[in-house]
Design a protein around this ligand. Structure first.
Ligand code: PLP
Length: 399
């Protein structure tokens, strides 16, 4: 079946943060959103129809999430998509990805201690590290001609610091769209083992890998009691961010015990969402073709963006097409404008909301992040808006 990812859907006025929650982040309202990471693409009918069937049952009492259908569906997805054998006993429903990332941080570090991250970094990691009174310790990714690579020496030197106890790995990487190579991930694991650094690998973007080698999950490197938690879910892949459909995979017995005990007796958070569990079952059994076609659509949008920049804005912007995610990390250093000027232009002239670079970095930023999981028509509107914004900067219309 051929799916249509160019259908225009109207999410404004539906209490969707991308559209109706801009005030908290931007100086203007009613911007065309290219910022927060959810899609202007509908969740596929085979999921919606299944959930409607569940709604018809008309009861939503407390749920046993540990069901064979649920665990088998996850196992099936990993086997067929990533060629990994997951043990059902290692899978746990979790309230959210970020909750789980943060719980690893709280479990293995004390206030003031260091949490290693690769920069630029998914902004919520930075906020949560700071909010939990820990220190973000930076391993900066090195820009290359075709993306970014790990700075092994710097990474090892940061991992060896006495105060660094946890690495938050973003695999694949948001915001750069970097696909970590198997070799890099093995190196990361060896270095972390050497210095006793616990890894939480956030793999929420795993289904958007378009490189030839494909996605290498850290679950490949998991053994009994490995200091490793992998956390992921359906939120990005099937546009179900608000359904709380995340799960973790780990063989670390102490963390599992602590985590589940605290969910029940400390946070009071052990109830699972019926619709999320049902969505996992149906998406992971029937979703492969839809996800493949979605990736083709995203790849095409990335190419449109790349060609537009190369042909029309190469004096101002640099963009390397990422091998994963639907997020474009666009560099405006060549333009000579600072971030405040560029954002003012994008918002007041272009009337678009893009991810604000400095929220992903610990220093000054020369990037904006653009979510291109939308119709071609919307994307082209966004590209025109970017062009107009930089024209306004050139013409001195923005102070
Ligand atoms: C890398 C990454 N992790 C986690 C999340 C959010 O996950 P959750 O809503 O399940 O906490 C996002 C959303 O943008 C993300 O990009």
């Amino acid at each position: 079946m051929k799916y249509n990812f160019d259908e225009i859907i109207n999410r404004r006025g539906t209490a969707t943060i991308a559209y109706d929650g801009q005030r908290k982040v931007y100086d203007y309202e009613n911007l065309e959103p290219f910022w927060i990471a959810d899609m202007d693409i509908k969740t596929p009918d085979f999921i919606i129809d299944h959930l409607k069937g569940k709604l018809d049952q008309a009861h939503f009492g407390y749920l046993v999430w540990k069901q064979d259908d649920y665990l088998d569906a996850i196992k099936h997805w990993y086997k067929t998509r990533f060629k990994v054998n997951i043990q059902k006993n290692d899978i746990y429903y979790v309230p959210s990805i970020l909750f789980t990332v943060t719980e690893v941080i709280r479990e293995f570090t004390k206030e003031g201690e260091g949490v290693l991250i690769h920069t630029p970094s998914y902004n919520a990691f930075l906020t949560l590290i700071e909010g939990n009174k820990r220190t973000a310790v930076e391993s900066s990714l090195i820009p290359t001609d075709d993306g970014y690579k790990l700075d092994v020496e710097q990474f090892e030197s940061m991992a060896s610091r006495e105060d660094v106890k946890v690495l938050v790995l973003c695999n694949p990487h948001n915001p750069t769209g970097k696909v970590w190579t198997k070799e890099e991930l093995i190196q990361i694991k060896e270095i972390c083992d050497k210095y006793d650094v616990f890894i939480v690998s956030d793999e929420i973007h795993m289904d958007f890998v378009r490189s030839e080698e494909g996605f290498y999950s850290m679950t490949n490197l998991m053994q009994l009691d490995s200091s490793l938690v992998v956390v992921t879910g359906l939120g990005k892949t099937f546009n179900l961010a608000s359904l709380a459909s995340s799960y973790m995979i780990t063989k670390h017995r102490y963390f599992t015990l602590q985590f589940n005990r605290k969910l029940a007796t400390y946070y009071g958070l052990s109830a699972a969402n019926t619709l999320a569990v049902e969505a996992v079952k149906v998406a992971y059994r029937n979703g492969a073709d839809w996800v493949d076609q979605l990736n083709n659509h995203i790849e095409r949008n990335m190419l449109i963006l790349k060609e537009f920049i190369d042909q029309n804005m190469s004096d101002e912007l640099t963009f390397i097409k990422p091998e994963s995610t639907y997020l474009a990390w666009v560099d405006f250093s060549k333009s000579g404008y600072n971030e405040a000027q560029v954002q003012e232009a994008l918002q007041s002239v272009g009337k678009i909301a893009t991810g604000i670079g400095h929220s992903f970095e610990l220093s000054e930023s020369h990037h904006f992040r653009m979510n291109i999981a939308c119709s071609e028509e919307k994307l082209i509107g966004g590209l025109d808006a970017i062009k107009q914004s930089f024209n306004a900067l050139k013409n001195g219309e923005i102070k």
